[in-house]
Design a protein. Structure first.
Length: 95
């Protein structure tokens, strides 16, 4: 089973502010991925922070499940990416 977990970040803002990095550790989805891998070793779990990389991966090979971490600062971004994923892969289970 292929599972994608996303804690999306506004990557374009990082280019304007050198004190912000979009490539920090996504702790919540990291813990979830670790638990999934230990309890279901046959699962292929991938983590995403960059929305463009997530969409590229979805278009290249659709997963069975996509999980989104929603926070106040990324809710609009995640909702927009979610709409694109739904239209690209209507059979994907989104959690």
């Amino acid at each position: 089973m292929k599972i994608y977990l996303a804690d999306l970040f506004h990557v374009y803002q990082a280019g304007r502010n050198t004190h912000i990095s979009p490539y920090t550790v996504p702790l919540g989805i990291g813990y979830l991925a670790s638990t999934l891998k230990s309890r279901m070793p046959e699962c292929d779990v991938r983590l995403f922070r960059d929305p463009d990389r997530l969409l590229q991966a979805v278009r290249a090979e659709a997963p069975q499940v996509i999980g989104f971490s929603f926070c106040s600062w990324n809710a609009d971004l995640s909702a927009r990416v979610l709409d694109i994923v739904k239209s690209t892969c209507p059979g994907v289970s989104i959690r």
